[in-house]
Design a protein around this ligand. Sequence first.
Ligand SMILES: C[S@@+](CC[C@H](N)C(=O)[O-])C[C@H]1O[C@@H](n2cnc3c(N)ncnc32)[C@H](O)[C@@H]1O
Length: 321
Amino acid sequence: MSTDFAHITVLCREAIEAIAPHAGGFYADATAGGGGHSAAVLEASAPDGRVLAIDRDPRAVQAARARLEPYGARALVVHGEFSDLPVLLREAGASTVDGLVADLGVSSPQLDAAERGFSFAAAGPLDMRMDSEHGESLAELLERVDEAELADILHDYGEERRARAVARSILRARDRGELSDTTDLRRAIVRVLGPRRGRIDPATRSFQGLRIAVNRELDQLDALLAALPELLSDEAVAAIISFHSLEDRRVKWAFREEPRLAPLTKRPQMAGEAECAENPRARSAKLRAARRLPRARDEELAAQAAQAAQSAGPAGGRWRP
Ligand SMILES: C[S@@+](CC[C@H](N)C(=O)[O-])C[C@H]1O[C@@H](n2cnc3c(N)ncnc32)[C@H](O)[C@@H]1O
């Protein structure tokens, strides 16, 4: 397995400014990838700050281990899902962290390697799993879904307006035995939506929806967000970088609705011109940060939140996913 991992870290300075790592601190990187954010946290917390870095992709784990090797025992890279972070943290002998970064979604090597099946630029298997050793592949998902379920995936996760017709076309291709790889899948989508007109390929939204479904990305994110108050030590900051509105909305509302967290970013931070010029992927990155309020205030904060919910009435202005 190669450890060549060509991924440019996004919003690194902003993440480090938000978390403000210090010597002696213990931090979590929920999405190790190529280890870019982890390395920056380790630099900023020298000489003895430590990082627990996790990734569900075994190739990313290997790449992050190689990148973080110079930091010795200060870096612990573990294979796992960030929904399991409380357990992974306990296994690492800790219960809380002094800061956390999560850089959501997929890495450039995952997208670019045709054999991972994320891309329609080249023919690849219908896979799309970040952890290609576990879970249901895209081929298995497409084998079991009916038209209504597939349309929901394309609509809810891909924000595809013509989801029903696209789902029908994909399943027709499947039933005729014409759905073997990612280019077949694109063909079935484009048959409904027509050829590319602008900068974005018409299959992009559907591919995003399918990838989110295969990897249960929003469930993973919800679990991480729900665990933050438990994971963060008092005054610790979580910085979360998202790449599409489904994720950003969840982060924004979780930070706003959780009484034990204080949002630090009213609007998300975005990459500047220079970073976008160097790394086009940074264009859609949005960073939001929140600070864990001291545990001594938990009861008072819960009472305030209950009172606010009561005076807001049954609708309460609360967000529901
Ligand atoms: C954008 S990359 C991270 C890049 C990294 N920050 C860097 O600078 O090199 C996202 C990584 O998160 C991982 N990932 C996505 N969802 C995950 C989850 N639920 N649990 C663990 N890792 C996840 C992916 O496998 C991928 O390697």
